[in-house]
Design a protein around this ligand. Structure first.
Ligand code: FAD
Length: 278
């Protein structure tokens, strides 16, 4: 099922993000089997710059064989047009229907850049021209880190939508107000496609520091205090409660979809989904 149809329901659509593990893919498949109990519309599989392509394709096939739809992420900044065409056609042949079309981060080693594609909107156009795949794109409720301001970033988001994107998946955020304000601004810019909320359960201090050092993501006082006060299981429990509260608030405002950044662990996401069912 393509993104437009997936998000045409009145119910909040659930989906999960996983990444290709360095080893033991069978462990990840066990986690996805637990997550599958929540009837996700799909699981998205991240794309690591310089990652092992064959490993990702195999994992994608394994998840699909378990009866779960997969939306692979795909970045373009370090690939040639020729390779991208080959890969997106291969994905189509595997029965993939949706793809998350991304530029990718500018690599530290600039020589890795191929300069065939400069921004994600060019990739969305190319995917549309060459395949039947439906494209999702990334959105940043607090602005992309390279963007001078949120308005410029949303103008650039519009380029991806005008190129044919069917849904926007947001960067994670810890304060719903950022998401609500973003959706209002996106709608004011004339963008009508679904905006899907990215939720990351807090698992550890290290994980929060890593994410917030790489992107514009505000940490509210309540979370800052909890990161000081709790660790291990106590922090895990806090993270589950915190994200459950976030999800309840989003559902109350009729969010179209919740996309969980699972970090390849089902434990917290499973508990959050059970909490919000109650
Ligand atoms: P773009 O939409 O191209 O935007 C990049 C920057 O350029 C922005 O500042 C934008 O405002 C500006 N811009 C865009 N278009 C133009 C234009 N035409 N002219 C001038 N400026 C423009 N990274 C990975 O490596 N692998 C993944 O699997 C992955 N998954 C992700 C999933 C989600 C949901 C999100 C939110 C991010 C993900 N990322 C992933 C990170 C992403 O690759 C980076 O944030 C990257 O820096 C930007 O990618 P983009 O597709 O948003 O780029």
């Amino acid at each position: 099922m393509k993104l437009r149809e997936i998000y045409s329901t009145d119910k909040t659509v659930i989906s999960f993000e996983v990444f290709p593990p360095k080893s033991e893919p069978e462990k990840l498949l066990k986690e996805t089997a637990i997550l599958a109990n929540h009837n996700p519309a799909f699981i998205s599989l991240t794309y690591g710059a310089g990652g092992n392509e064959n490993k990702s394709f195999n994992l994608l096939k394994n998840i699909k064989d378990a009866g779960i739809n997969v939306m692979p992420h795909f970045t373009c900044i370090t690939s040639t047009k020729e390779n991208i065409e080959k890969d997106i056609k291969k994905l189509s042949q595997l029965g993939v229907e949706n793809i998350l079309a991304l530029r990718g981060d500018i690599p530290q080693d600039k020589s890795l850049m191929k300069h065939d594609f400069h921004y994600a909107n060019e990739l969305v156009s190319f995917i549309k021209e060459k395949t039947n795949l439906s494209s999702g794109v990334a959105g940043y409720p607090e602005g992309h880190i390279e963007s001078p301001d949120l308005k410029t970033d949303i103008d650039n988001l519009k380029r991806k939508v005008d190129a044919g994107a069917d849904a926007i998946f947001t960067q994670l955020f810890f304060e719903n107000e950022f998401f609500f304000d973003y959706v209002n601004r996106v709608r004011d810019a004339g963008i009508t496609i679904p905006v899907i909320a990215g939720i990351m359960p807090v698992i550890s201090r290290k994980q929060v520091h890593k994410m917030t050092s790489m992107a514009n993501i505000s940490v509210p006082k309540k979370l800052k205090e909890a990161l000081e006060k709790y660790q291990d299981n106590a922090l895990l429990d806090f993270g589950i409660e915190f994200a459950s509260e976030q999800c309840r608030g989003l559902i109350k405002e009729n969010v179209k979809g919740l996309h969980f950044y699972t970090l390849n662990k089902s434990y917290s996401t499973d508990k959050i989904l059970n909490n919000i069912k109650e």
